[in-house]
Design a protein around this ligand. Sequence first.
Ligand SMILES: [Zn+2]
Length: 212
Amino acid sequence: MPTAPAVPLVPVLLVPVLLLGLLAGPPASAAPAARPATATAPASDPPATARAAADPRWRFYSADRRHYRSGWFAGRHRIMIPFGCTRAPYYSPDPRCSGGRGFHHGLDVAMPCGTRLKARIRLRVVGSAGLGPAYGRRPLRLRSHRLGVDVVIGHARRVRVHPGDLVPRGAVLARASDDGAPDGCHLHFEQRALGGGLSSAMHPRRLLALRR
Ligand SMILES: [Zn+2]
């Protein structure tokens, strides 16, 4: 008969050690300072059903009156200006569009000021230089090498992340605001090629994954 190995003793010894660890709570160094995006959200979010918080400045250039969820934001909200040719007056006439309409390079989702913006996927924050004042003072440019896309988000405020940060899925990035927006609080979601300019913008349909 083989001799009993010493290995089964190890879990027996570990149990009291683990129990002591649980009682003592996590060590003070458990929260890595290099990942501020994982900080928990304050409890001051507007409720998901805050229809009463509708912004009187909103103007909807979409026949779609449904409210959508997405991993990018808290709550359910309406599309304000879709991607592509639009009657919205904020854009110069574009040769791609008939009737003097302009071209919207992203998709605007109307949401009450302060609504949480979250990372739907794991992303790297990259510099947002050159985006211009139309995106607000703190636009976000986020990169997914896995998907091969950049995500540009306009009208954010209280931005918690910085260029170089690797942001885990679900992390709160910022809040929706009206910074740089004449038409009330909303977020502008734009999908570009990796490192690409405005001309590389494409419909962010799959990226946003809006659902009812
Ligand atoms: Zn927009």
